[in-house]
Design a protein. Structure first.
Length: 310
């Protein structure tokens, strides 16, 4: 880790970087220009870059703080390191690939005086390749189902939030690209004060690290993980009630059309529904415990930092 100790800035701008030697210098220059004389902390997390990225970051000297991972841990892991590297009240994330316009940082900072989370969203899927849009559509559907409201952009990387709230969910957040989606669902399910702002998005510069087959499977797994983490009972209840209803209706049909007899198939369907419903209850209790443990871990980390800061 390079740079000074954790500072007392009120806002920390966290930029995760992995093999972005081309665009990252220009992005940081724009951030520093927008910052001006404001007491914002700029933290760049080099997530194990193997190109010239370290040299580009070193050229900025003490104008930025650099946190270095020895190997590539993942997008979410880089953001976690950035969150832990600061004690600012608010953290703002944006990518180093040139898609996000730093001119909107002051807008997010201003909105965060009223809201706990400010989530950016694209204009009409700007910057999203056509081949990735079906996966994003499925994620939007899953997230909207979980939170009970329509969400337009679930994984946009340009956003801001209270650091103490991120600390409370940190143990639940993954180390990969699904950090953004999972944290959004957590915030919405926790009924935190959230607002969205529309931000123009440019095409990314350089080569994307997203791989279609790998990340397509990852999208399906993420959807399943979100359901099991945030609302497993709701996910289990509908199939369970469906099985029990079909079994009951089938039994009633047999009684009225054939003879007064208990049918094995209907009993199996009803029992399968009951078992599935109880699995949902168990999963719901485990999910609640995980969330409570994550909150307690975040509160403990926050208290230890305050004691350490004297």
């Amino acid at each position: 880790m390079q740079g000074n100790k954790k500072g007392t800035a009120t806002v920390a701008i966290i930029v995760p970087v992995f093999n972005e030697a081309g665009p990252v210098g220009e992005v940081i220059e724009q951030i520093l220009k927008v910052r001006g004389d404001a007491s914002w902390e700029v933290i760049v997390v080099d997530d194990g870059s193997r190109d010239a990225t370290p040299a580009v970051l070193a050229a900025f000297g003490d104008r930025i703080r650099v946190v270095t991972h020895p190997v590539n841990y993942g997008y979410g892991a880089a953001l976690k390191s950035g969150i832990r590297a600061t004690r600012a009240r608010d953290v703002i994330f944006l990518d180093a690939d040139g898609q996000h316009d730093p001119q909107y940082i002051p807008v997010i900072v201003e909105r965060m005086q009223q809201y706990e989370f400010v989530i950016g969203k694209r204009r009409n899927e700007e910057g999203v390749p056509l081949i990735r849009r079906p996966g994003k559509l499925m994620l939007r559907w899953v997230v909207s189902f979980l939170v009970g409201k329509r969400i337009t952009d679930v994984n946009y990387g340009f956003r801001g939030g209270r650091r103490k709230l991120y600390l409370r969910m940190l143990d639940l957040l993954p180390d990969g690209f699904s950090f953004s989606t999972t944290s959004l669902v957590y915030a919405l399910k926790s009924r935190l004060n959230i607002t969205e702002i529309e931000i123009p998005t440019a095409p990314r510069k350089g080569t994307s690290t997203v791989r279609m087959v790998r990340d397509g499977v990852g999208t399906l797994l993420l959807a399943l993980r979100l359901v099991m983490l945030f609302d497993p009972l709701r996910a289990f209840a509908y199939p369970a009630l469906g099985l029990m209803s079909v079994g009951l209706l089938y039994q009633v049909y047999i009684i009225f059309t054939v003879r007064l007899k208990v049918v094995g198939g209907s009993i199996l369907l009803i029992l399968a529904g009951i078992i599935l419903f109880h699995f949902g209850l168990l999963a719901d209790q485990i999910a609640s415990l995980r969330k409570e443990m994550s909150v307690q871990a975040g509160l403990l980390e926050d208290r230890l930092e305050k004691i350490d800061g004297g």
